[in-house]
Each structure stands twice: as structure tokens, then as C-alpha cells.
Design a protein around this ligand. Structure first.
Ligand code: ATP
Ligand code: AH0
Length: 369
């Protein structure tokens, strides 16, 4: 049976879909191809709108899920073309879907996490088995349903006898602490790029602050930084996860109200510092013995953010995951290819030490081709 899997990730940044072709036929995961399809501005706006309550949500969510499946299918076709493969050569596709609500915390049976997706349509369009809905089983078992990548990080980046930290800087930031003794801790630190992207789009018309150049041109506003850092989520102990449900434009506007005259570039510098300081504080809090921080996700391409992280973590080697064998925009997609592989093999994909679930579980639902 083929060890080739496709992984598709469209995350909280809402920039588009990253896809990889990965080979799990040997012990070490090998990523052979990468493709990216940006969301159109209309699709991005609709997905963003669906993150909050609005009119006729069920119908709009179903249409958005169909559009997502077609975009995912385009990425699959691009990867098959690149690799010169027929659909039958691929064992399965792991597709995350688009998170529009993430509220797992309730312990009264009302907790849930919701990823828009149409895996049946994706199976129909590609002729490949599809694995989807990776988070809800962990939530059903009392877990956060996120983050799920720490188990994959451990296999890829873990080093026996040394504690290694892996930081994903997506729309939200999440940290994996891969302990020297094989233990794994993981949780969402807080904001990643989402607030910076929002501010940048609003004031410069650009979807993100390329290289962090705009933030680097501003000055951190200490009082604003303090107000942002006062967010109680940042001090909560793990297990914990968050999303746009909390860190959204309304959250930012509420805190900016007292800083109406602040220069936009200074706010961008401060938002970048918020992400850097929240993540660095967590590294020091949960892995102060670690000398290695591997950074993945699009934030690894933000040079200013990377320099701020390094400055806040003296003695720690802060480097992009590229330097450790896998480019930053491929890590999460590869994780979902791996999670599909685990589901197909009926192996657990989650770590109860990370999500707080009653135990590890086989994650995902399989839609045969
Ligand atoms: N050259 C760059 N300079 C600065 N930032 C960048 C650059 N390239 C990408 N980014 C940032 O990375 C983001 C995309 O990152 P990524 O694809 O890892 O996020 P995601 O998968 O949507 O998020 P999540 O991990 O939260 O699910 C962009 O929205 C942008 O903020
Ligand atoms: C609910 C949800 O979509 N969570 C995402 C989000 O984006 C980053 C962070 O918040 C992380 O917890 C998770 O994604 C990665 C892939 C994960 O599950 O590990």
C-alpha cells in the first residue's frame, strides 16, 4: 500500500491553502512537493465574516465549504501534476478545513470546534480517499482539539536528551515543547500574525507586513503593549487553545480605544512585540532549559519578528524550520498528511498531554474515493 499522502492546510491567517505531498513509507517523513493557492479577496472576506455570527449562516457556510473543496481540489491537482502521479498513487488526503469557531473549553457538554469543509466533494473531485474533521474527536474526549501538530513536531524535530521548542507562527501562535525525556507539551500561546495582518491591511492595503519592515519602522508603545499583555488568556496554564473567537479586530479596537492618536506604524511595532513577547515568555516559562527554538508558519518569514524573538531569548538558537529540514510554510500541511496517515492506519494522532483529553484518540473521519 502506498505511503504517499497529501496534506492540505488553510489556517487562521486566511491567506489561502498550503498543500504538500509527503512520503511516510520510511520512518522519517519526506516532503516531496509543495503548492499554495491564495484565497480570492471575496473568499477571504466571506470566511472572515463567517467567524462571527451573521445572517443566513448555515447556507453561507455550506456554500463556503463547497468553494473550499474546489480550492483544495485545485491544490491536489497541482501537486499531482508536479509529481507526475495519478490519483491512485496517493493513499489519502488529509484536509484540515477552515476553522470558523473554536470553543472547546466548556465542560458542560456545549464545547465544540467547527471547521468548514466538504470532504465528500473533495473525494468526488479528486478520486482519492479523504480524511477530515480531525479535531472533534479530541473535543469529544474532553480535550481542546488543538493544537494537534505537537505529535508531528516530536517525530520530525525531537532530539533525544535535549529539550527542543517548536513555535508555529500562523494567524494564532502555538508552541510545542519536546522534552529531553520524550515528554511533549503544547498549547496556543496567543496571537500570531492575525492582528498584525488586520492592522497592516487596514492601514497599508497590504495583506501582511512583508519581512516586518513596517513594524521595524515604528516604535513599540509601552503602555499599549502592557494593555495588550494584560489579556488573561496569556497567563492561563495549559492545556489551552484559542482562535479568532478571542483575538479578533474587536479585541484590538477595545484596547486601542485609549490610544486613538497612536501612529499606525507604532501600533504595528507594538502588535509584533506582543506576538514576540507572548511566545518568548512561554518558552521561558515552560522550557527555560531549551537552547533551540525552531520556528515555522508564515511568521518565520517576518525577519523583524524573528529578530525580536531572538532578542527576547538570549542564549537560544532561534531559526526557521527551513534550517531544520522543512520550510516553514510546509510544516502544518505535512502534519495533516501525517494525521491522515495515522487515521488510515488506525493509530492515535493526538497527545492527551497536550490537549488535556481523557486519552489519545484516532482522529478524523474517512471519506472513501
Ligand atoms: N514574507 C513574509 N513576511 C511577513 N509575514 C509573512 C510573510 N509571508 C507570510 N507571512 C505571514 O504568514 C501568514 C501565513 O502563515 P501560515 O500560512 O503559516 O498561517 P495559517 O496556516 O493560516 O495559520 P495557523 O497556523 O494559525 O492555522 C500570513 O498571513 C502573513 O502574516
Ligand atoms: C482550532 C484551530 O484551527 N486551531 C489552529 C489555530 O492555528 C494555530 C493554532 O490555532 C493551533 O492551535 C491550530 O492549528 C494547528 C495546525 C494545530 O492544531 O496544531
Amino acid at each position: 500500500m502506498s505511503g504517499l499522502y497529501l496534506g492540505l492546510m488553510s489556517g487562521t491567517s486566511l491567506d489561502g491553502v498550503d498543500g504538500v505531498l509527503a512520503d511516510f513509507s520510511t520512518a522519517r517523513c519526506r516532503v516531496a512537493h509543495h503548492a499554495f493557492a491564495p484565497f480570492t479577496p471575496e473568499m477571504k472576506a466571506e470566511l472572515l465574516a463567517l467567524n462571527t455570527a451573521g445572517p443566513n449562516e448555515l447556507h453561507r457556510a455550506a456554500l463556503a465549504a463547497n468553494a473550499l473543496a474546489r480550492t483544495y481540489a485545485g491544490v491536489v491537482q497541482a501537486l499531482l501534476r508536479q509529481a507526475g502521479l495519478a490519483p491512485a498513487a496517493v493513499r489519502a488526503i488529509g484536509v484540515h478545513g477552515q476553522t470558523v469557531r473554536h470553543r472547546p473549553q466548556a465542560f458542560d457538554g456545549t464545547g465544540y470546534t467547527l471547521q468548514l469543509n466538504n470532504p465528500a466533494l473533495l473525494a468526488e473531485l479528486t478520486g482519492i480517499d479523504v480524511v477530515a474533521d480531525f479535531r472533534s474527536r479530541d473535543v469529544a474526549a474532553g480535550g481542546q482539539g488543538a493544537p494537534l501538530v505537537p505529535a508531528f513536531h516530536q517525530g520530525l524535530f525531537g532530539q533525544p536528551g535535549r529539550t527542543v521548542c517548536v513555535l508555529n507562527l500562523g494567524g494564532i501562535s502555538n508552541l510545542s515543547v519536546l522534552g529531553a525525556d520524550g515528554s511533549v507539551l503544547g498549547f496556543d500561546c496567543g496571537p500570531g500574525n492575525a492582528l498584525m495582518d488586520h492592522w497592516c491591511q487596514r492601514h497599508t492595503g497590504q495583506p501582511f507586513d512583508a519581512g516586518g519592515a513596517w513594524a521595524a519602522s515604528g516604535q513599540v508603545l509601552p503602555e499599549l503593549l502592557q494593555a495588550l499583555q494584560a489579556e488573561p488568556y496569556l497567563a492561563l496554564p495549559p492545556p489551552k487553545s484559542t482562535g479568532r473567537d478571542l483575538f479578533n479586530p474587536t479585541w484590538l479596537e477595545d484596547r486601542l480605544a485609549a490610544f486613538a492618536t497612536a501612529a499606525p506604524a507604532d501600533v504595528q511595532a507594538t502588535l509584533t512585540e506582543l506576538t514576540a513577547s507572548a511566545c518568548a515568555t512561554d518558552v521561558l516559562r515552560y522550557a527555560d532549559e531549551s537552547k533551540t527554538l525552531i520556528v515555522c508558519g508564515g511568521g518565520a518569514l517576518n525577519g523583524h519578528l524573528m529578530r525580536r524573538l531572538a532578542a527576547l531569548l538570549p542564549g537560544v538558537a532561534v531559526a526557521s524550520s527551513e534550517a531544520h529540514g522543512l520550510p516553514p510554510l510546509q510544516v502544518e500541511a505535512a502534519a495533516f498528511a501525517w494525521l491522515a496517515h495515522r487515521a488510515v492506519e488506525r493509530q492515535c494522532g493526538s497527545l492527551a498531554s497536550v490537549t488535556g483529553a481523557a486519552g489519545p484518540r484516532v482522529l478524523g473521519a474517512i471519506y472513501p474515493a
